[in-house]
Design a protein around this ligand. Structure first.
Ligand SMILES: Nc1nc2c(c(=O)[nH]1)N[C@H]1C(S)=C(S)[C@@H](COP(=O)(O)O)O[C@H]1N2
Ligand SMILES: [Mo]
Length: 323
């Protein structure tokens, strides 16, 4: 597992000495070979990755749906440059504040337009289908991107177990929220929780739509949405709800958090589209996190490069709009 930083990282991003000592004192929580490898790699470069909470190795299989030919973003960046507003609004906040998220026991409730409401235990979800290694590009609406080796299976496999009724036209995802989160170390920015996202049923059934349990072959760190989240590689990152507790099948397009916050800036579909600028910035290019500054800037691709797999979902829709 590669968790070191490339040697050409800008010095501004090199971990501080305080962080290094914190890392040394916490590494006993890291498991086995991964920790040893990371320490050796870090020592060899005089750069230490920051601490990442203990994770469990997952048994995975390769996936034909993996994205090839991209340099992976390091675990260090994937776990320390996050959006998870329940735990603070700065990129480093979730790594600091999400530690208390109680990820066991964990259940996912299925409700709404289904034959019968169900509750799945996370341990059963982990065993429902073989867990696939899927590398996807990840493009945030804020115009930064990563390449992340997720672990999960197609959401469609889960939906088949839910027996949705024909009247189920959309599926809504609700994230964990507990007012105690506020006491875990941050100020609520005033969003109406829980975080809600949604998809049209055919989008939810697309094989790329990933019910995600891990990354880099191990369980998700809390800041990345443990123990289970969505990943939608052709949509802006905010569509991919983290730490899901409820999946609700509904007849009408469900309310979604960022659309509620600023409907003129964030739509429901939110497909990555370089031709439709955000009202306050261009979407033509993006900054690939973790690369040397001269190599970061790259052209944003329509549907984030997944046109072949998803364009047919939007036949007849006006792609000059993003809503
Ligand atoms: N519950 C919840 N899910 C969320 C968010 C959030 O604030 N809360 N942020 C979204 C945004 S804007 C992005 S870019 C991705 C970030 O995922 P990552 O931190 O694992 O890269 O999570 C998405 N899912
Ligand atoms: Mo985002």
């Amino acid at each position: 597992m590669l968790i070191g930083k490339p040697p050409d990282i800008p010095s501004s991003e090199i971990t501080s000495r305080e962080d290094y000592f914190r890392y040394l004192s916490r590494r006993r929580f890291l498991k086995g070979a991964a920790a040893t490898g990371a320490t050796a790699l870090a020592a060899s470069r005089f750069i230490a990755p920051r601490a990442v909470q203990a994770s469990t190795k997952l048994q995975t299989v390769p996936s034909p749906l993996t994205t090839t030919g991209e340099q992976l973003t390091t675990l260090d960046d994937i776990t320390h440059y996050n959006n998870f507003y329940e735990f603070g609004v700065d990129k480093g906040d979730p790594a600091k504040n999400a530690g208390g998220l109680p990820t066991r026991p964990w259940t996912v409730k299925v409700e709404g337009k289904v034959a019968k409401p169900l509750t799945f235990d996370i341990e059963d979800l982990l065993k429902l289908r073989p867990l696939e290694d899927r590398v996807y590009r990840h493009r945030c609406v804020e115009a930064w991107s990563m390449v992340i080796p997720w672990v999960g299976y197609s959401l469609s496999e889960f939906i088949k177990q839910c027996n949705p009724l024909p009247s189920a036209k959309y599926v809504q995802f609700l994230s964990y929220y507990n007012s105690k989160i506020e006491k875990w170390g941050y100020q609520d920015p005033g969003i109406s929780w829980p975080y809600s996202e949604g998809l049209r049923m055919d989008e939810a059934m697309n094989p790329l739509t990933l019910l995600t349990f891990g990354l880099y072959g191990e369980t998700l760190p809390n800041q990345d949405g443990a123990p289970v989240r969505m990943v939608l590689p052709w949509k802006y990152g905010y569509k991919s709800a983290k730490s899901i507790v409820t999946v609700r099948f509904v007849e009408k397009q469900p309310p979604t958090t960022w659309n509620d916050q600023a409907p003129n800036e964030y739509g429901f579909y939110s497909n990555v589209n370089p031709n439709v600028d955000h009202p306050r910035w261009s979407q033509k290019t993006e900054r690939r996190i973790g690369l040397p500054f001269y190599a970061q800037r790259r052209t944003t691709l329509m549907f984030n490069g997944y046109t072949d797999q998803v364009a047919s979902l939007y036949n007849g829709m006006d792609l000059r709009r993003n809503f």
